[in-house]
Write a protein that binds this ligand. Structure first.
Ligand SMILES: Cc1cc2nc3c(=O)[nH]c(=O)nc-3n(C[C@H](O)[C@H](O)[C@H](O)COP(=O)(O)OP(=O)(O)OC[C@H]3O[C@@H](n4cnc5c(N)ncnc54)[C@H](O)[C@@H]3O)c2cc1C
Length: 403
C-alpha cells in the first residue's frame, strides 16, 4: 500500500483486465465469475459514467444469467400508431429492466465468491501487447494524489478504446431521446405489466419518432420520446424543449389527465451506426458498444452484451481464444443498414414498415427477429407482412453509392 488508507493496488500478473465497469464490463465480470474462470481478474472503471444513474432494458425468455436480477419485468407490450393500437402478449419473453445499482450489486455478489477478483477505481491509460499478453498502465486516485501501476495481463477486455487504438469511427445515426419520470395524480394511471414499446402518435416532422412508456408502479413511469437523428444535435437545449413539449402533449392526449408531477428526466443519444468495429485480436478483445453490440436499428445492446459475455466465458473455460466469441452478423447488419437508410430518406415509408411489423406479427416473432434468433421460415413470414419496396430502393441506393 503506497498511500495510507487507499485500497491496495494490484501488481504482477493477472489473468484478465476488464476496462470499464459499465454494462459490458460488469456483465463480463459476472459471466467469468459464474463459470469460475481465472484466478486473478481486475475490473477497472474511472467513474466517468457512474452506474448509479443508469439502467438497461431488454427482453428475454429469462434463461440468461442476469435475468433474475432485473427489478422490472413486464409481460405485455403496447404498440400504436395513427388510428391503431395493439396490446401484445410477450410470453415466452418478458420485458426487463435492470438498474445500475442492481447490476453492480449482482456483480459484487458473484465476484465475492472469487477472492482473486478485484474492482478498482482507476483510469486505464495504455495497453501494450508484449507477446505473452498485455502490459496495462492504470492511474488510480489515492489520498495523496494519483498512483500509477503497471501490471501484465493475459487478456484485456476493453469497453473503452484505450488510447484511441480500438476506437471505432464516429456514428452517423443516433437515437435522440428525452424522457420525463412522472408521477400521476391517481394510482391507476399505468399498468406495470405493460410497457409501451413504440407509439408513433407523436410529431413526425423532424424524423421518425416514437413514444416509449416504462411504468415502475401504477402511479409512476418513464415517458420518453425518441427520434432517429442523422447527426448529434448542436443545440441540445432547444431540442430538449421541443421533445419535452411533445412528451407533455402525449401524456395529456394518450395517457390521462394531469397534473403530472415530473420527478426526473432522462436525456441522451445512443450512437447507432458506426464503421467497422475493431477486430478482436489476442490479447485485446473489444467488448460492449465498441465491439458493435448496439443494434443499429433499435439502439438496444444489453442482450447482445449478455450473449457476447457468455460466449467469452465459454471460450475461456474451454481453453479457446475469446477472439472467437464474436458472432457474424452480416445479414442482420445489412438489414439494419437498409432500415436506417429508409428512415433517413423516406421517414413515412419507415413508419409504415415499422407499423406493419408491429401490427401484423405476434410478439415472439418480432422479438426473435430483432434478436436475430428467428428461423428462416419465421423471417419469411415476417417479411411477407412488410411493404418491401422501400427496402429494395434503399438497397439499390446503397449499391449505387458503393460504385
Ligand atoms: C443513454 C443510453 C441508454 C441506453 N439504454 C439502453 C437500454 O435500455 N437497453 C439496451 O439494451 N441498450 C441500451 N443502450 C445501448 C447499450 O446497451 C449501452 O450503451 C451500454 O451501456 C454499452 O455498454 P458498454 O459497457 O460498452 O459502455 P458503458 O456502459 O458506457 O461503460 C463504459 C465504462 O467505461 C468507463 N470508462 C471510460 N473511460 C475509462 C478509462 N479510461 N478507464 C476505465 N474506465 C473507463 C465508464 O465510466 C463506463 O462505466 C443505451 C445507450 C445509451 C447511450
Amino acid at each position: 500500500m503506497d498511500d495510507a488508507g487507499a485500497c491496495p493496488l494490484p501488481s504482477g500478473h493477472v489473468d484478465a483486465v476488464i476496462v470499464g465497469a459499465g454494462a459490458a464490463g460488469l456483465s463480463l465480470a459476472c459471466h467469468l465469475a459464474s463459470v469460475g474462470w481465472g484466478d486473478r481478474v481486475l475490473l477497472v472503471d474511472d467513474g466517468s459514467r457512474p452506474v448509479e444513474q443508469r439502467s438497461w432494458a431488454w427482453w428475454s425468455t429469462g434463461a440468461e444469467l442476469l435475468a433474475a436480477s432485473a427489478s422490472t419485468a413486464a409481460d405485455y407490450l403496447w404498440v400504436a400508431g395513427d388510428g391503431w393500437r395493439r396490446r401484445l402478449a410477450l410470453a415466452p419473453y418478458s420485458y426487463r429492466r435492470i438498474t445500475g445499482p442492481e447490476l453492480s450489486g449482482v456483480t459484487e455478489g458473484l465476484m465475492s465468491a472469487r477472492p482473486g477478483y478485484q474492482r478498482l477505481v482507476g483510469s486505464v491509460r495504455t495497453l501494450v501487447p508484449d507477446g505473452t499478453g498485455c502490459r496495462v498502465a492504470i492511474e488510480s486516485p489515492g489520498p495523496s494524489g494519483t498512483r500509477t501501476v503497471e501490471i501484465s495481463a493475459r487478456w484485456v477486455f476493453d469497453s473503452v478504446g484505450v488510447g484511441g487504438s480500438l476506437r471505432p469511427p464516429a456514428s452517423h445515426a443516433y437515437l435522440d431521446f428525452h424522457g420525463l419520470r412522472v408521477e400521476a395524480p391517481t394510482t391507476d394511471a399505468f399498468d406495470p405489466q405493460t410497457v409501451t414499446l413504440m407509439d408513433f402518435r407523436t410529431d413526425q416532422s423532424t424524423g421518425v419518432a416514437f413514444m416509449y412508456v416504462l411504468p415502475t408502479s401504477t402511479r409512476h413511469a418513464l415517458v420518453e420520446r425518441t427520434v432517429f437523428a442523422h447527426a448529434d444535435t448542436d443545440d441540445r437545449e432547444a431540442q430538449s424543449a421541443l421533445h419535452e413539449a411533445h412528451v407533455r402533449r402525449y401524456l395529456d392526449r394518450h395517457v390521462g389527465r394531469g397534473p403530472w408531477r415530473v420527478t426526473g428526466r432522462e436525456i441522451g443519444t445512443i450512437p447507432l451506426q458506426r464503421g467497422p468495429v475493431p477486430a478482436a485480436v489476442d490479447p485485446v478483445i473489444p467488448i460492449g458498444a465498441r465491439a458493435g453490440m448496439v443494434k443499429a436499428s433499435t439502439g438496444y445492446g444489453f442482450d447482445r452484451i449478455q450473449r457476447h459475455s457468455s460466449a467469452i466465458a465459454s471460450c475461456l473455460i474451454r481453453g479457446r481464444s475469446p477472439a472467437h466469441a464474436m458472432p457474424s452478423r452480416r445479414w442482420s447488419d445489412a438489414l439494419d443498414a437498409a432500415l436506417l437508410r429508409v428512415i433517413r430518406e423516406d421517414p413515412a415509408a419507415a413508419v409504415a414498415i415499422l407499423s406493419a411489423l408491429l401490427k401484423r406479427n405476434p410478439a415472439p416473432r418480432i422479438l426473435a427477429f430483432l434478436d436475430e434468433d428467428a428461423s428462416i421460415l419465421d423471417q419469411f413470414r415476417l417479411f411477407a407482412t412488410l411493404p418491401l419496396m422501400p427496402f429494395v430502393r434503399a438497397h439499390a441506393g446503397a449499391v449505387r453509392g458503393r460504385r
